[in-house]
Design a protein around this ligand. Structure first.
Ligand code: NAD
Length: 497
């Protein structure tokens, strides 16, 4: 059985008597690899390596750091098939989806190629007589990233390319469920020219996470995962004096107005609810059908959900793969059971699917509920599976209030042909990312990604200029070169003359 180690200082390393975690192939249900789970001392080792690499990396001219990113982009493109296979094999998502997620991560590498321009500071001549001021952005030091299972390439790529391009060194703690792709991404960055120790991968679970949060030499922590863990990471990391951005879970609604183009909406909803088996933080899990469109929506969705093509990651015809683990599979099944008990109408039931040749795989069909209401567990909880709940709303205000009163605020979308309604919605929805006739409004790399309410703790979004701001500190220098004039000591608050 292959054992996955850590990647520290440019080498794969193993710790003696390390705890091990099982890495499954969700399609077969078999353990294909095991991963080492770091102890506190392994995290310490990675931090001291990152500390050694910091001095020269942070002093490397930004253009040279950018050149590493240019080369890295090329290497990711050359290795995309292998990376996508690693994602599909350990996460379960189908190859076309895995490739798409890598390309969205690659866009952040492309953004990081522009770092010399992005780090340019500000300069003001003559803020006072003979006094000039300039501000610069300097790296925070050692940054760490803790990432979820559902995007083993894309979410790490949201973080370390920007942090490293800004001159920081980085420790990545990927999900222990699918660690192979992040390990390969680190290897490729070294091949692109990043010196050893600039990016280190420490595999592990909560022991490693807490060691990162408590470590006095780590200055910034980026986290993406579920809301309870995001809350924990934010409070423990902040208490230890770090800057923390912690992105949490979601319950994304799609508001469907009576004037929406129904065929377009149904196609968009199918992909957004069932793509990646619903295991996306931007997946649509609630369809809010406004006015009289509900019956027509259910009528069109039912045959499509019933005939979703489900298969292993490497089946080119499959639209949706299996669920990550048996435990997640059981949680999703229990929530569907509860939905039925709570009185929602179960239109398509995805339980009890078996796939010939993959009887032990975590395969589940698409599930569609109608007449779901707040207070039911399927509405209140993040399901993170291929389950779509339809809620009926009699008018736009009722739909908007549903969105506004939800504790999560990651993504939302509205489907309508009416610009006035769309504009009002975009302005009033208290959600971080809004789509207008776009089902999954994940912003491009030069904007930024982040939710509101229980979907993000901390003040910075991830990537884009928000990423540059998060991974740098501003220093402002005021300078004067007085020649011969002596004012004597000044005891009042200095005012510019
Ligand atoms: P998770 O919260 O279980 O794990 C995320 C990370 O935290 C992993 O690296 C894991 O090892 C670590 N972790 C788990 N339990 C911990 C504990 N008790 N203490 C400290 N660290 C711990 O999330 P997941 O199941 O891997 O991913 C799915 C979740 O992530 C969903 O809730 C999804 O919505 C969310 N997510 C959010 C975004 C976003 O951008 N907001 C993106 C992707 C996923």
């Amino acid at each position: 059985m292959k054992i996955i180690g850590h990647r520290i200082n440019g080498e794969v390393s193993f710790e003696k008597n390390s705890r091990l975690g099982d890495v499954y192939n969700p399609a077969t249900g078999e353990v294909e690899r095991q991963v080492t789970l770091a102890s506190i001392s392994q995290v310490d080792k990675a931090v001291s390596v990152a500390k050694n690499a910091l001095e020269s990396w942070s002093a490397t001219p930004p253009i040279k750091r950018a050149r590493v990113m240019f080369k890295y982009k090329q290497l990711i493109e050359e290795n995309i098939d292998e990376l996508a296979d690693m994602v599909g094999r350990e996460h379960g998502k189908v190859l076309s989806d895995a490739r798409g997620s890598i390309i969205r991560g690659l866009e952040v590498v492309e953004f990081a190629c522009g770092i010399p321009h992005l780090l340019k500071g500000e300069y003001t001549e003559q803020v006072g007589t003979g006094v000039d001021s300039f501000s610069m952005r300097q790296p925070v030091g050692i940054a760490a990233g803790i990432t979820p299972f559902n995007f083993p390439a894309m979410v790490p790529l949201w973080m370390f390319p920007i942090a490293i391009a800004c001159g920081n060194t980085f420790i990545l703690k990927p999900s222990e469920r699918d660690p192979s792709c992040p390990m390969k991404l680190a290897e490729l960055l070294e091949e692109a020219g990043a010196p050893p120790g600039v990016l280190n991968v420490v595999n592990g679970d909560k022991e490693a996470v807490n060691a990162i949060l408590d470590h006095p030499d780590i200055s910034a922590v980026s986290f993406v995962g579920s809301t309870p863990i995001a809350r924990h990471v934010y409070s423990r990391g902040s208490l230890a004096g770090k800057r923390v951005q912690a992105l949490g879970g979601a319950k994304n609604h799609m508001v469907i107005m009576p004037d929406a183009d129904l065929d377009q909406t149904v196609d968009a909803l199918m992909g957004a609810a069932y793509g990646s088996a619903g295991e996306r933080c931007m997946a649509i899990s609630v369809a809010v059908a406004v006015g009289d469109i509900g019956d027509k929506l259910i009528e069109k969705m039912t045959p499509k959900v019933s005939s979703l093509k489900i298969g292993p990651w490497d089946d080119p015809d499959a639209e949706m793969g299996p669920i990550i683990t048996r435990e997640s599979f059981d949680n999703i099944t229990n929530l569907i059971n509860e939905g039925e008990k709570d009185g929602a109408s179960l239109i398509v039931d995805g339980r009890n699917l078996t796939l010939q040749g993959y009887e032990k795989g975590n395969f589940m069909g698409g599930t569609l509920f109608d007449n779901v209401k707040p207070g039911m567990s399927i509405y209140d909880q993040e399901i993170f599976g291929p389950v779509l709940s339809t809620v009926r709303a009699s008018n736009y205000d009722e739909a908007l209030n549903l969105v506004k009163s939800n504790p999560y605020g990651n993504g939302v979308s509205i489907f309508t042909r009416d610009g006035d309604t769309a504009r009002d919605f975009a302005s009033k929805a208290n959600i971080g990312m809004v789509g207008i006739n776009i089902p999954i409004p994940v912003p491009v790399a030069y904007h930024s990604f982040g939710g509101w309410k229980d979907s993000l703790f901390g003040s910075n979004n991830t990537y884009g200029m928000e990423g540059v701001r998060f991974y740098t500190k501003v220093k402002t220098v005021s300078s004067s070169w007085p020649s011969g004039i002596k004012d004597g000591a000044l005891f009042s608050m200095p005012v510019m003359k």
